[in-house]
Design a protein around this ligand. Sequence first.
Ligand code: URA
Length: 200
Amino acid sequence: MPENQKTEELKKIRDEILALKESPLYEYRTDNKYFPVIGEGSHDAHLMFVGEAPGENEAKTARPFCGRAGKVLDRLLESIGMDRKSVYVTNLVKDRPPGNRDPEPAEIALYGPFLDRQIALMKPRVIATLGRHSMKYIFEKYGLGAVLQPVSKIHGKEFKGTAPYGEVTVVALYHPAVALYNGSMLEDMTEDFKILKKYI
Ligand code: URA
């Protein structure tokens, strides 16, 4: 697809999400002067990270992973010589759920197709999920439902999924916020990131 067409399609996705009045999170967004978080990074990245949903810092700034968990993500990227500019970072749910509660099934059903469209346009070779909900969504979407297990069992392993544009490698990672509650996890998380190195 020509670059300008891809950019146009991505803008369309952004505009549709901005106007998503039917979302159960829309009123919470506007009442709090929040923004949806569409995603950030290179549109040509081989590697896409998919988090769960924006937190407060993200909803205030429209930027994914810009709070404390984001600092952990930056550190993990740095450990393999990568930075935000060389990857694409987005979330499954694009608006902040109240009080950072887990996204509800209806919200995942509403926002998931926007993520599907971002993936179909950007065609990443690797999708790294950050958190339980995005892991479940991506594994089930790309033909890996049968190998789905808790993240503690499958973190840092590569699985070959099937995307509309061909094979896609899927890697389930711990959510970066895990390291904020349990600092000793950082070592395992750093180890998991090494598998992404070959996709730089
Ligand atoms: N947690 C997420 O899952 N996504 C963000 O963008 C920030 C925190």
